[in-house]
Design a protein around this ligand. Structure first.
Ligand SMILES: Cc1cc2nc3c(=O)[nH]c(=O)nc-3n(C[C@H](O)[C@H](O)[C@H](O)COP(=O)(O)OP(=O)(O)OC[C@H]3O[C@@H](n4cnc5c(N)ncnc54)[C@H](O)[C@@H]3O)c2cc1C
Length: 316
């Protein structure tokens, strides 16, 4: 089922999950052990992130070779495996970095043939160790261009002129930033470009993680004011340790309210810290539910135990 249909048809609150592929060389069983205990909450869909390779240069017999090392391959395979095991809709993330638009088209055809009809279209972070995103030769610079390409394929328009080409049928999600994307000159401009992604054919938005309900509420209200009408699913990351307090703002360019920081720093034990973080996420979810969100998208990251703690309290 298309994610947009799941959102529109849902009669009660649903949850969805974001997972990250295991490191290269690890078994998929690792992922199953994350999802097995969460599957009882019947996630409406599971999205699977995609990561650029880190390019390193290795010397062999005096010759320097360029070696792309992708730490977390397997996004599409994982989607197929999860759909097979859990009979659930999966959403591969598609990134721009490292792909020409021709390679993207081929990968989209693979998905289409596999029966995967949902895609999350993001530009992607710069490769590990790099600060700037550099588009591939013949690739896209902005996520809106990928959305445009997919939307055209949905009309049977491929990169080359094909007679009576069959249309694909992808539902497209894109990322939104309640605290603004870190590269955008300002919040208004970032919202303007978000609207452009929707105009190019995105069906729904999932937000970057946030920790203050008012931040999400303002974002949704501002988006509606400028004419963004598609659903905006809140992305929630349960916070469970003191490392998160500096690591999440550094890695995701978000802020954590003083109230939560103070509460966590005042805790005496790791167990108390965890309990405080989960309780905070639970309160945040309750405010979102009262606000009328159709669903909550949970960033599982790692072993998924924080998501389990949150969900067991949410659906008590
Ligand atoms: C829910 C979610 C899932 C994610 N999944 C992944 C993942 O799987 N893999 C991964 O590597 N990263 C992922 N990311 C991170 C994301 O790739 C980064 O935040 C990236 O820096 C921006 O991606 P984007 O799709 O929002 O980019 P864009 O929408 O292309 O925006 C990037 C920047 O360009 C600006 N911009 C957009 N259009 C224009 C234009 N026409 N002219 C000038 N400026 C413009 C925007 O304001 C923004 O500052 C995810 C983020 C979220 C919120």
């Amino acid at each position: 089922m298309h994610v947009i249909e799941a959102i529109k048809n849902s009669k009660e609150l649903f949850i969805s999950l974001e997972i990250t592929p295991p490191n290269k060389g690890q078994s998929i069983e690792e992922l199953f052990s994350v999802i097995d205990p969460l599957s009882k909450y019947h996630p409406a869909f599971i999205s699977v992130t995609y990561h650029q390779p880190q390019v390193v240069y290795e010397e062999k017999n005096g010759v320097i070779y360029r070696v792309p090392k992708r730490k977390k391959p397997g996004t599409v395979g994982i989607c197929a495996a999860l759909t097979n095991r859990y009979k659930i809709d999966t959403v591969p993330h598609f990134i721009l970095g490292g792909f020409s638009k021709y390679e993207t088209e081929d990968a989209l055809i693979d998905l289409h043939f596999l029966g995967i009809e949902n895609i999350f279209a993001v530009r992607g972070d710069p490769p590990p160790g790099e600060k700037t995103f550099i588009p591939e030769k013949d690739g896209h610079r902005y996520a809106s261009e990928l959305v445009h390409q997919i939307a055209k394929m949905n009309k049977g328009i491929y990169l080359e002129n094909l007679e009576s080409a069959k249309p694909t049928n992808f539902c497209i999600g894109v990322a939104g930033y309640p605290e603004k994307h870190y590269e955008a000159p300002n919040y208004e401009k970032d919202l303007f470009y978000l609207k452009h992604k929707v105009e190019q054919g995105a069906h729904y938005i999932i937000t970057q993680m946030f920790f203050d309900f008012k931040v999400y509420k303002n974002f949704v209200e501002h988006a509606r004011e400028i004419g963004i009408t598609v659903p905006i699913l809140p992305g929630i990351k349960p916070i469970t340790n003191l490392r998160h307090l500096s690591g999440l703002p550094r890695d995701f360019h978000i802020s954590i309210p003083s109230e939560l920081v103070d509460e966590m720093e005042a805790c005496k034990t790791p167990a108390e810290i965890r309990k405080t973080g989960i309780k905070y996420s639970l309160d945040l979810c309750q405010k979102l539910i009262d606000f009328g969100v159709p669903g909550i998208h949970i960033y599982t990251m790692g072993k998924g135990t924080a998501a389990q703690d949150l969900l067991s309290s949410l659906f008590k």
